[in-house]
Design a protein around this ligand. Structure first.
Ligand code: 4AD
Ligand code: MG
Length: 454
């Protein structure tokens, strides 16, 4: 007999004469003549209740079917007198793998810190099961959004020779032993410095300047030493890039994208979204509904600084024109002042990377950040500098190596076009739709400073 997923069994429209499910025991209760088993197979938040009468085949092992053990059950799907519509009246039970008392998930209510220390087992809990199913669904929604708009998914390299953001926060890729004497790059695998990508943008631009509209979706690495609830050393980023597009077009796509993701989550009927609304963040549904319906505010950096200066709000870092915005500033704007998503644009050129397009004022560049309630910055993007002379000037001004970027500059040399794009932090997106507060709890195996377990 083929295995039926618990979520399908629970959604059945009629009783079923013969059904087989398999999963892990959440709880077991025994009486003299029968036992109740709660079985979860990860297909849904909900477990299925099994009634196993004493004497059925396999019942002799019932005492070994402890919390955490894996079992297989054959039986009839019948109407349940309990909370759920269906339960299984077992005709046979089979112990597959036992689980002794050392199983760490015996009881509910462990702290997130403890659960992070057992990241290999935490997907078996309600919260993490729901988070990782949601991650998968939202990833599908990301592809759906772009493919429906004729964007081409491009697989940009994970190992690169460039530093897109110019921040130098890179993990070096080498086959040389760091403890051995320095042998020089000619002895190294690539014969030159290489690193894990901090962004697929530059390579993405080359494809946008050939295929039109493209996006990337893949792992990204940053060796920034920030131990916050919103930063990870390994995270996933989605980076669309659009040819013949300016900053306004860029903002339009970013706004439509966030709304699409909010709508996808609001339409979730699996039980996972309801779980987040009930147990993780009581304001979640209302917030996503507002994001879905309200137009995003668009506000220049200069206006944003002005608003903060006039607000009377106490900030740890007092705002001034020219500063990089901190989380407290972003959250003030989106949560307290505008109370909706905000797109801040036209930032001072000094605090932004070399590739952003210089505005007429000579002081600001066409950068834009999308700030959302509960998170702060979820998207960073810009229109790119398409004028070769200005781009080369930036590279020189910032002391970057011109030779390294010859291929990037070639896009401006041969048939240059205005183009724009942005990057979405996938984990921040998952935090945004689940209400989970720490990035470590939406990554299967979080990598942060001094932490690379598993
Ligand atoms: O603002 P960032 O640095 O922009 C770029 O990388 C551009 N190349 C994007 C582009 O224009 N194609 O990063 C984009 C987004 C941020 O808004 C944030 O959501 C996420 O990536 N992000 C991180 N997420 C988790 N951990 C980190 N350390 C992150 N750094 C950035
Ligand atoms: Mg940014």
């Amino acid at each position: 007999m083929q295995r039926t997923l618990v979520k399908h069994a629970l959604a059945s429209e009629a009783p079923v004469d013969a059904i087989l499910v398999a999963g892990w025991v959440r709880t077991r209760r025994d009486s003299k003549t029968f036992s109740f088993l709660e079985i979860n197979d990860g297909s849904s938040l909900a477990s299925i209740q099994v009634v196993a009468d004493a004497g059925i085949p396999g019942y002799e092992d019932i005492a070994k079917m402890t919390t955490g053990s894996s079992v297989q059950v054959e039986g009839r799907l019948v109407e349940s007198p309990g909370k759920q519509k269906w339960e299984i009246q077992a005709t046979a039970v089979k112990l597959i793998g036992g689980s002794p008392e050392t199983y760490p998930l015996q009881k509910k209510g462990h702290s997130p810190e403890f659960l992070r220390s057992i990241a290999h087992l935490r997907p078996r809990t309600n919260l993490y099961g729901a988070v990782f199913r949601t991650r998968s669904r939202i990833a599908a929604a990301v592809h759906q959004f772009f493919l429906a708009r004729d964007f081409v998914w491009v697989h940009t390299p994970i190992i690169t020779a460039s530093d897109c953001e110019g921040a130098g926060e890179m993990f070096h890729v080498t086959t040389l032993d760091p403890l051995a004497e320095n042998k020089g790059y000619d002895k190294d695998f690539f014969g030159k410095p290489a690193n894990l990508t901090v962004s697929g943008q530059l390579e993405g631009e080359t494809f946008a300047c050939a295929l039109g509209n493209i996006y990337t979706f893949g792992p990204t690495f940053r060796a920034e030493n920030s131990n916050t609830t919103r930063h990870a050393a390994e995270f996933w980023m989605i980076e669309p890039e659009m040819a013949f597009c300016d900053l306004h077009g860029d903002m339009d796509v970013a706004e439509a994208f966030i709304k699409h993701i909010a709508d996808t989550m609001l339409a979730d009927t699996s039980g996972d979204f309801d779980f987040f609304c009930k147990f993780v963040d009581k304001g979640l549904r209302e917030r996503l509904e507002a994001v879905s319906k309200q137009p995003f505010v668009r506000c220049s950096y200069t206006e944003a600084i002005d608003i903060m200066l006039k607000s009377g709000e106490k900030f740890e870092y007092p705002p001034h024109w020219g500063m990089d915005m901190q989380s407290e500033h972003e959250r003030f704007l989106t949560e307290k002042h505008f109370k909706c998503p905000v797109i801040v644009y036209d930032y001072p050129k000094e605090i932004k990377p070399f590739y952003m397009r210089l505005n007429e004022d000579g002081k600001t560049v066409t950068a834009m950040d999308v700030l959302v309630p509960g998170i702060g910055e979820i998207i960073g993007g810009s229109q790119r500098e398409e004028r070769l002379d200005i781009l080369e000037g930036n590279i020189e001004r910032l002391g970057m190596d011109k030779e390294t970027y010859y291929w990037y500059n070639d896009l401006r040399r041969y048939g240059t076009v205005p183009h724009a794009g942005f990057g979405v932090g996938f984990e921040r997106l998952i935090m945004f739709v689940t209400g989970v507060q720490n990035i470590r709890d939406v990554l299967p195996y979080p990598r942060t400073p001094r932490n690379c377990e598993f």
